[in-house]
Ligand binder design. Structure first.
Ligand code: SF4
Length: 670
């Protein structure tokens, strides 16, 4: 899909693209926990145990509430599960828990109509509420399309009336992977189709004077997800609507990748003041999701007050229209001597300026493994491109592919400058007695654009900016820099640098932190701050500066951010569902097993989905799918095509590998 063609946003999709301001939505009552308006951004998640297991569902719900969930969603695949929600609710109330429950519905209006009388909110997916997906590319005449809308009205209206009568809220939750054939025929699997899919249902609700709605636009591809929400807001504003937004990236996976993919999508929208509730979908225990969501959301609790004092001069304030015009298309730059820029993938910079540089093994953390027997380095798909040494001189021979960067004064004193390049301040660069003939890196901030020094800057072909920020609302600050540069026709490459103080990773005073928590927060913050730019094609390189985080984690996070924004593919991508009461195998274990045999297949997207009911629809743009078809049975997919049905679980991975091999996509381990 060519996103740049589909995603031009001529209008306005958020309150401010330069200052932090939350989009004010309509307040929606969900039990005792209202959402939207000026209420805090709510945290929620979904149970994974069988809904018929009352005790298990209650225990898990209590753990999720303890972890910070303000709403708990439970799947209701049929009437019997919908009815059992009453038992779960009763038991929770007995245990003193009044958390609002949300019934998750796919394909079963009759279950929705039961659940809506019991719980505080129902979630329907417009792609499968009134439609059974056949993956047919049918053409609809205008009359046939209209007849379809009338059919949907008849099927959906009873649920709306029940919700109205019982004071139940509703989420209209569109998923990129499960758009109806009708929508696909008109719009394809585009953000526009996702938005229209929700609007069809919203208009029915409004026709019935029901407004207790929350809307979501999820996708496993953060780029699609971000553009769909932006387009949704724009369309809602045009139609006079302001329903709260539920933010989420579906099937994000687990560990670092799951956190980074989620943050790229959710964080980018939070930066623009969008979002009233967040659900992070990880293939991990559901109680691990709320702290991740909380870490994402907490950055915005006070941001509006904290950034109000920042005032740029009028000359450098870029208007929103200019920013909007620049979103979604790549920031074109010149290539600098085959090092960076142009059509090259974004570069990764690592900082070893504070390390002891006496042993080549120190480079292992940034992807260069020294072999003392052969006296050579091995590198892989995640070897960084530039290393910053500051004023620190290594006492060993460096790999030929790794470009070294030194502070200007130190670089000036090097006797051998081969593969070594200077980093200057603006002032140093202007006044330098000697410059590199190949690559000169200059540190710059947004407000430097109006300085006298910038006016005097020699704009030669070797210049690359290292863009930093001093602002709390840093993504918007750096985004304005890019827009300004482009509007002036300046095409030098830009490495985006973000620096994090260890204080940013700490919790409330007295809070016990696990050793992983600062790493997890770094992943979330950097993915938001850098991902928000990369997703809009801004940035020729990234540099994460966080002295308190191990170097290997910083390098790994950098590559994961580039992968999640689809700007540089360096590994296999796993699209695994978070699991729920429908799941037919242990998703965490199965994901690990599949990963252990396939994680060298760079660029392939493999989906691991817990059930055949939703799995195939939800896995959107995966190359291969491993989908639970029944107890001990797995169905294997190539894209959306079924290749092998009902394979025994014990054989399924080998069979999947055979399919990949037959397609010519298998490579042996190096
Ligand atoms: S795909 Fe996974 S999360 Fe979605 S309904 Fe099936 S088992 Fe549940």
């Amino acid at each position: 899909m060519d996103l740049t063609k589909k995603l031009t946003l001529p209008g306005k999709y958020c309150e401010s693209l330069t200052h932090y301001k939350r989009w004010l939505t309509r307040e929606v009552q969900i039990g005792d926990v209202p959402m939207g308006g000026t209420h805090p951004i709510r945290i929620q998640s979904m149970t994974t145990v069988d809904t018929m297991d009352t005790k298990g569902s209650v225990e898990q719900t209590l753990r999720m509430v303890e972890a910070g969930c303000e709403y708990v969603r439970i799947t209701a695949p049929s009437i019997k599960e919908a009815q059992n929600l009453a038992e779960i609710k009763k038991e929770l109330l007995k245990r003193g828990c009044k958390v609002p429950l949300v019934a998750d519905i796919h394909f079963t209006p009759n279950a929705a109509e039961v659940a809506a009388r019991i719980v505080e909110k129902v979630r329907v997916n417009p792609g499968n509420y009134a439609d059974k997906k056949k993956f047919d590319q049918l053409t609809y005449t205008d009359a046939a399309y209209q007849a379809e809308l009338e059919r949907i009205y008849t099927k959906f209206a009873p649920l709306v009336k029940i919700c109205k009568e019982y004071g139940t809220a509703m989420r209209i939750g569109t998923n990129h992977g499960s758009l109806s054939d009708r929508i696909m025929s008109h719009y394809g699997d585009t953000p526009e189709g996702m938005v229209e899919s929700a609007l069809e249902f919203i208009r029915i609700c409004e026709d019935l004077h029901y407004y207790n709605l929350v809307i979501s636009m999820k996708s496993s591809n953060p780029q699609v997800m971000v553009q769909a929400y932006r387009l949704l807001v724009e369309k809602m504003v045009a139609e006079g609507m302001n329903y709260p937004l539920h933010l989420g990236v579906t099937e994000a996976g687990d560990g670092e990748d799951g956190r980074i993919k989620s943050a790229v999508g959710i964080g980018t929208l939070l930066e623009d003041g969008l979002g009233d509730t967040v659900r992070v979908s990880l293939t991990e225990e559901p109680e691990l999701e709320a702290p991740v969501a909380r870490a994402l959301v907490n950055r915005y609790v006070k941001r509006a007050e904290q950034v109000l004092e920042i005032n740029y001069s009028q000359e450098i304030v870029t208007n929103s229209k200019l920013i909007v015009e620049n979103l979604g298309s790549r920031h074109e730059t010149k290539e600098v001597n085959a090092f960076i820029g142009g059509s090259m993938v974004p570069r990764v910079v690592a900082d070893l300026s504070n390390k002891r540089l006496i042993d080549p093994m120190v480079l292992k953390d940034i992807g260069y493994i020294y072999d003392p027997l052969l006296d050579k380095y091995h590198m892989g798909d995640q070897s960084v491109d530039f290393v910053f040494f500051g004023d620190n001189l290594p006492s060993f021979t460096m790999p030929g592919n790794l470009k070294q960067v030194y502070n200007f004064a130190t670089w000036l004193g090097l006797t051998n400058k081969e593969n070594a390049h200077p980093l200057y301040t603006l002032h140093d660069y202007i006044n330098a007695s000697e410059r590199d003939t190949n690559l000169n890196l200059v540190r710059i901030f947004h407000d430097d654009l109006e300085s006298e020094a910038f006016e005097n800057l020699p704009m030669d072909q070797t210049l690359v900016f290292v863009l930093e920020t001093r602002q709390l609302h840093g993504m918007a600050d750096q985004r304005e820099f890019f827009v300004k540069l482009r509007s002036w026709g300046l095409e030098m490459p830009v490495i985006v640098k973000r620096s994090y103080d260890p204080v940013e990773f700490s919790g409330p005073v007295g809070d016990m932190m696990s050793p992983e928590e600062p790493i997890s927060k770094l992943q979330l913050y950097a993915a938001t701050d850098l991902g928000g730019l990369l997703i809009d094609g801004m940035g020729n390189g990234i540099w994460i500066d966080a002295a308190s985080i191990p170097t290997d984690k910083l390098a790994s996070a950098s590559f994961a951010i580039l992968q999640a924004t689809r700007s540089r593919i360096s590994k296999t991508e796993y699209i695994s569902c978070p699991s729920c009461g429908r799941t037919l195998f242990d998703l965490q274990e199965t994901t690990q097993m599949i990963r252990s045999r396939t994680n060298h297949l760079k660029g392939l997207k493999i989906a691991i989905m817990g059930c055949i009911v939703n799995g195939p629809g939800e896995m959107a743009d995966a190359d291969y799918g491993y989908v639970g078809a029944g107890p001990d049975r797995v169905t294997l997919y190539r894209g959306k095509e079924v290749v092998k049905k009902n394979v025994q679980s014990a054989d399924a991975l080998n069979e999947l590998i055979e399919i990949i091999r037959a397609d010519g996509n298998w490579v042996e381990f190096a």
